[in-house]
Design a binder for this molecule. Structure first.
Ligand SMILES: Cc1cc2nc3c(=O)[nH]c(=O)nc-3n(C[C@H](O)[C@H](O)[C@H](O)COP(=O)(O)OP(=O)(O)OC[C@H]3O[C@@H](n4cnc5c(N)ncnc54)[C@H](O)[C@@H]3O)c2cc1C
Length: 394
């Protein structure tokens, strides 16, 4: 897998643009990466979503890709490095394992990831997409798609239909394009809601992300610049309702209590959000002259910071496939994309699902296995290093 490098030759590779549907982080990054490889691109970008306190921790491969697309400045100014990951068992289990700390320097890295607010990254991506000469931006929604005469037709709510050699569907978890293509999704809902927010705190986080494993899922504080952290609190739906109904001061106190006052007094410093959790299994991520990517191709709970990192790997693999194909949507290219992506996607989905279910399970043997796993990680250096490498996608 390689990352995008700005193409010196700007001669367009095709006359009809590749159509990218979706103006989220994956769609915009894909559009930029394709345009940098001299593919003309039309982006269909509809509604914008208000900030909801969500952040993304981006791992080294993702950072390489984004920097190659000119996003180094926003990562440096708005992101915080994540040097240590700490796991603390707060499940009340009979087999309470010790806490485990993973240090990036054990792998010879400065940090595992950079954590940045979604809306800061999205704003920087939007600015670059808008300014790119090879990208046309249409403010619209895809309403349907069919395959005709060896090309893909894309119908839009407010513009004339488009004809493209390749449709990149990055239209999110509820992908209308996936539905129009008749691609099935096996969806499993979890009895969990993620409560998100940005908080200021009294003490330094020391570039440490701390994850408390509770009976309802992980409660995680991830460093942001200054004395700020982002919160991802996976909890039971009724508890999420209660938290959301709290005023800002009470919410800050609830977060401080759950964090065992580790970072001192907590104060809300931005918008909050609430997202229902589930996992989508999708076994087909291509159709004639179409590929799915990002949350349209895989969606699961934010455990281990995998979602966007996986979406950015979708982009890198698509670029590799297109490098070997003068025709963007040729069957060999889309089939190769599917073959490359499905293994990575299914391994990550399985890992996240198992870890999440081990927390939700009321059974003692499961508790014991999870506790033994954490104990092994705390005490066996090579195992810890292996897990760290897997976690950051190496
Ligand atoms: C609480 C939380 C924390 C997370 N933390 C991390 C993390 O630390 N690291 C990580 O890697 N990942 C993380 N993720 C996952 C990550 O945020 C997502 O995987 C990523 O943002 C998905 O981006 P996307 O562009 O695929 O989808 P979306 O952000 O959903 O974007 C889809 C876009 O398509 C548009 N659209 C929808 N329908 C149409 C249509 N018909 N036509 C045109 N456009 C359409 C939508 O308006 C939207 O703009 C987290 C997720 C959550 C919920």
């Amino acid at each position: 897998m390689s990352v995008a490098s700005p193409s010196p030759a700007r001669t367009p590779r095709a006359s009809a643009p590749i159509v990218v549907a979706g103006g989220g982080l994956v769609g915009l990054a894909a559009a930029l990466a394709l345009a940098e490889r001299a593919w003309p691109v039309t982006v269909i970008s509809g509604q914008t979503h208000p900030p909801d306190g969500r952040t993304v921790a981006l791992m080294p491969q993702s950072l390489d890709l984004l920097r190659s697309l000119g996003l180094g400045d926003v990562l440096a100014t708005s992101g915080s490095p994540l040097e240590t990951l700490r796991l603390i068992d707060d499940s009340g289990s009979l087999f309470r394992p010790p806490s485990v700390a993973f240090e990036a320097r054990e792998l010879g890295l400065d940090c595992f990831a950079i954590n940045i607010e979604n809306h800061a990254l999205l704003a920087a991506l939007s600015a670059r997409v808008s300014a790119h000469p090879a990208i046309t931006l249409l403010n619209d929604q895809v309403t349907g798609t069919t395959s005709r005469d060896g090309l893909r037709q894309v119908t839009l709510a407010n513009h004339a239909p488009l004809e493209t050699p390749l449709l990149v569907a990055a239209d999110g978890r509820r992908s209308a394009i996936r539905t129009a293509l008749g691609i099935a999704v096996a969806r499993k809902a979890y009895p969990q809601v993620a409560v998100t927010g940005i908080l200021k705190h009294e003490r330094d986080h020391r570039c440490t992300s701390t994850e408390f494993h509770t009976r309802h899922g992980p409660f995680t504080l991830v460093p942001l610049p200054g004395r700020c952290s982002s919160l991802v609190w996976l909890t039971a739906p009724d508890r999420a309702e209660t938290l959301s109904a709290m005023d800002d001061a009470a919410f800050g106190r609830a977060v401080e209590d759950q964090a065992q006052s580790m970072l001192g007094k907590m104060q809300l410093a931005g918008p909050r959000g609430k997202i229902g959790m589930g996992i989508d299994r999708i076994d087909t991520i291509t159709a004639p002259r179409c590929v799915l990517m990002g949350d349209a191709a895989h969606a699961f709970p934010p455990i281990g910071a995998q979602g966007l990192n996986l979406g950015l790997r979708d982009i890198s693999d698509l670029l590799d496939c297109l490098d070997h194909s003068p025709d963007a949507g040729a069957a060999e290219a889309t089939q190769r994309y599917q073959a490359l992506r499905l293994k990575d996607i299914s391994t990550r989905s399985l890992g996240v699902d198992m870890l999440n279910r081990s927390l939700l399970s009321p059974y003692l043997p499961v508790d014991f296995a999870r506790g033994a796993g954490l104990l092994a990680l705390a005490s066996i250096g090579p195992l810890r290093q292996f897990v760290m490498r897997q976690g950051i996608g190496r």
